[in-house]
Write a new protein. Structure first.
Length: 377
């Protein structure tokens, strides 16, 4: 960060009323200190304390206040210039005002002291005045740059504080998202699915189909392990998502046997697309519940995925019995609403989601999201 930001400095002090108060405090204190130093170093030590000396000291301090006053506005304006230009302005202006201060002090001193012509000592008076006004200018810039440093430091602290607040808000948002996603995960592992799977395993055991029962237990174990190990917030490739989905579908395939037909038409490019993890399973679960399980002859579920115009299009269609709109809202709408909320969290408004009853029978869900791979994510 550039500590000496002249633009910010000039804007800050150009109309700073508090700065005016500080200026006059320094102004009066400085010239008061100059008067005391002059008194004790010359007048008092030389034992030359006369009324006109005291009057002259007070008057030259008053004239010094008046002569140095215009420098504040001039130096404030000069902060828009380069450093070298500022130095040049300060030297010329302070020298001219030192000359004016000298020309005012000498005739006043002659008038109140009654001494003869003092103009012969003009050089000594002027050199002394130059030292005073150059010192005044140096102190002015030191104070102003110090105040600028404090201003920039304060702004830096405020920026750091703002960034920390933003980070805190981001962490809170991520925490809320994580909580929502974990709720989604609990939904995906709902008791309905577990009860059906365990009942199917129990039926296989009763029928002494030990091999199938063992296979289904292994499938259920693998599905639960992957569900609990996966991060519900991170995105995964569609290929990995399908691999996870098949752990679930294999269980249902064992349960429904020939009553369930699965079809997948996945474009190779689409397999590389990044999608929210565990986003497909609730959709398939809806189809299994309301299409396959509800029909004595079962049904089929077909999924297609392709990339078009840099977007991933996913469509899941089942061929179960026809259902009315009320049943869609009361049944399928719960899981699908959860899916839509997750898409909204992940893509804000950069996605489309639609679910509708087919004209003949069955149900279709269509999702369109931006196509991103692990490389350009």
């Amino acid at each position: 960060m550039n500590i000496f930001n002249k633009d910010i400095f000039f804007q800050k002090f150009a109309a700073d009323e508090n700065g005016k108060g500080a200026f006059w405090s320094f102004q009066l204190a400085g010239w008061g200190a100059y008067t005391l130093v002059t008194f004790f170093s010359f007048t008092y030590l030389e034992n030359d304390i006369a009324p006109f000396q005291i009057t002259h000291l007070l008057m030259q301090a008053f004239l010094g206040v008046l002569c140095s006053w215009p420098l504040r506005a001039l130096y404030g304006w000069s902060f828009k210039l380069t450093i070298l230009s500022q130095i040049a302005v300060a030297l010329v202006a302070s020298s001219l005002l030192a000359l004016l201060w000298t020309c005012l002090r000498i005739p006043f001193f002659i008038w109140i002291s009654g001494l003869p012509d003092m103009w012969s000592e003009f050089n000594e008076w002027f050199y002394g005045a130059l030292f005073v006004f150059w010192s005044w200018s140096a102190l002015y810039f030191v104070v102003k740059y110090y105040l600028l440093h404090k201003l920039e430091h304060k702004r830096l602290i405020e920026e750091i504080s703002l960034k920390r607040e933003e980070q805190l808000m981001r962490v809170q948002a991520e925490s809320s998202t994580r909580e929502a996603q974990l709720q989604m995960l609990r939904y995906q592992l709902n008791p309905h699915f577990l009860f059906n799977a365990l009942n199917a395993i129990n039926a296989l055991v009763v029928l002494r189909e030990d091999t199938k029962a063992q296979t289904m237990i292994q499938q259920l174990s693998s599905f639960l392990r992957h569900s609990l190990d996966s991060d519900a917030i991170e995105n995964v490739t569609l290929e990995d998502e399908l691999e996870m989905l098949m752990l679930y579908l294999n269980i249902e395939k064992t349960r429904f046997d020939e009553r369930l037909t699965l079809e997948f038409d996945i474009e190779p490019k689409a397999k590389k697309a990044m999608v929210p993890s565990l986003i497909l399973q609730p959709i398939f679960e809806n189809s299994l519940k309301y299409a396959v399980a509800a029909s004595e002859t079962g049904g089929s579920i077909r999924m297609t995925a392709q990339v078009s115009n840099n977007e991933l299009d996913v469509t899941i269609t089942d061929t179960g019995p026809g259902i009315n709109a009320d049943r869609v809202r009361q049944g399928r709408g719960i899981g699908l609403s959860n899916v839509q909320k997750r898409l909204e969290v992940a893509y804000t408004s950069g996605y489309t989601f639609s679910a509708a009853v087919n004209d003949s029978a069955g149900f279709s869900v269509a999702i369109r999201i931006p196509y991103k791979t692990a490389i350009n994510t």
